[in-house]
Design a protein around this ligand. Structure first.
Ligand code: ZN
Length: 450
């Protein structure tokens, strides 16, 4: 057992349905045994109830729940930064040529390691990962994720038209390859499977039918929707009988409480009503939407329909794996929408980066906050002394204000430690900032090693 003494901050409440300030909680200590949080309270309370237990002091900064990324393409980790193009041109120029390279298993293995290491270094401990079009590359991703203990839901990406030929399956091979992967990886430790048609633009009705057959195996579902106006128009032309983009999935039974749709920047009200009715969630990827010029996400309309929204880094089209940056960009997008936007508080931003994602992925009873009974998946954001973030944290008025400064200023360099089910996964910890025992901490160069 270990007692962690830290400024523990999380959002067990939902700031979108109640008072945002009430969604935020703060404590001074957690007791962790076998990877699970067993007690929480002030340091005095926890040490009094568990005398003699070792205390690990995490002085300075904030200890937050591990981040939850609900949309991120692992094959694109080497293809970030292709600026200046809209979605369909960007796919053709940057993303798809890189994704073709994952046919080479050794290449895929290296990419899977870089990707999963990148998640950990960014404080992301759970993710819905958009996979590769190649089954052996999926084995590499699941293997790398399992080795790191990450909570990963992912699956083979399926398409049967309009992409480079190397990336296509027939519905028959899609069924066989996916069924094989499900058998080997679904519900293995913290790994789960998600049926993943790339988007209905590149999948025929026959392929979407195959996806529906696979969903019968109790797995998850993810795809893209309503990202860009040219894409929406193309899909409408390919499915003349569909009522709208969501209907291309819905009429195959693919909109369920286990479905997560990325983007939804341009939804109609009928689509929002249908998402709510079926309990599906939406992954909002604000840096990607901004970089591709896709549009400004209508968060208020989603919230008013009661749809669960969480954050995704998207990665190739986005700007990296660090979820607080996505939260900050989500805040910017809502500000830019003026009266149509939803002004976000620091509690909203933390919720979007943690508990909202856990709920969207059906993991709300296991991760996403630091309540007793949850897995100890956590990230310690602790800036180097003298950094602008450290200066700002020193002048924060209260917890909410400290969080605001974290979201405005933090980078992956401020990740001083990551725990995955109680195991220290990243950040050796700056000398003096973290140590066992009760002596006061020195905190020189805190965070510099992360
Ligand atoms: Zn995507």
């Amino acid at each position: 057992m270990t007692i962690y003494a830290a400024t523990v901050v999380d959002t067990p409440g939902d700031p979108f349905t109640g008072d945002p300030a009430a969604a935020l909680t703060e404590d001074g200590a957690l007791l962790v045994r076998d990877g699970v949080i067993r007690a929480r309270g002030s340091l005095a309370e926890v040490t009094a109830a568990h005398p003699g237990e070792a205390v690990t002091r995490l002085d300075g900064g904030l200890l937050l729940p591990g981040f939850v990324d609900t949309h991120v393409h692992f094959p694109q980790i080497r293809a970030i930064g292709g600026l200046g193009l809209p979605l369909l041109d960007w796919l053709e120029r940057y993303a798809l040529p890189e994704e073709c390279k994952l046919a080479d298993r050794a290449y895929a293995r290296a990419v899977a390691r870089e990707f999963t290491d990148g998640l950990v270094a960014s404080g992301t401990t759970s993710a819905l990962v958009f996979g590769s079009h190649f089954a052996p590359a999926m084995d590499e991703l699941f293997t790398a994720a399992g080795q790191r203990g990450l909570n990963i839901t992912s699956g083979l990406v399926l398409s049967d038209r309009k992409l480079p030929p190397d990336l296509l399956h027939s519905p028959e091979t899609a069924l066989a390859d996916s069924a094989d992967l499900i058998l080997r990886w679904h519900d293995r430790g913290r790994l789960r499977y998600a049926v993943t048609p790339r988007f209905s633009l590149s999948t025929s009705d026959e392929m979407l039918d195959a996806c529906a057959q696979l969903l019968g195996k109790g797995v998850w579902f993810t795809s893209h929707i309503n990202e860009n106006l040219a894409e929406v128009a193309t899909v409408a032309g390919l499915f003349p009988g569909a009522r709208h983009y969501l209907d291309t999935y819905c009429r195959h039974g693919l909109v369920t409480p286990r479905s997560v749709f990325a983007h939804n920047v341009h939804p109609g009200d009928a689509e929002l009503a249908l998402l709510a009715e079926h309990g599906a969630s939406v992954a909002h990827c604000p840096t990607s939407n901004s970089a591709l010029g896709s549009g400004l996400f209508p968060l208020r309309r989603h919230v008013e329909h009661g749809i669960g929204v969480a954050l995704g880094s998207d990665v190739g089209a986005g700007t990296g794996l660090f979820l607080p940056k996505e939260a900050l960009q989500a805040y910017f997008v809502q500000q830019l929408l003026g009266p149509a936007g939803l002004s976000l508080t620091p509690a909203h931003l933390l919720y979007l980066a943690t508990r909202a994602g856990a709920r969207a992925l059906g993991l709300g009873d296991r991760v996403g906050d630091l309540a007793v009974g949850k897995d100890f998946d956590a990230v310690w954001l602790r800036p180097a002394d003298g950094s602008t973030l450290a200066v700002n944290l020193r002048h924060a008025r209260d917890t909410s204000d400290a969080l605001a400064r974290i979201f405005a200023l933090a980078t992956p360099a401020d990740v001083a430690g990551v725990w995955i089910r109680g195991e220290r996964a990243a950040g050796a910890g700056p000398a003096g900032a973290e140590h066992a025992g009760a002596e006061p901490a020195r905190a020189e160069h805190a965070g510099a090693e992360a």
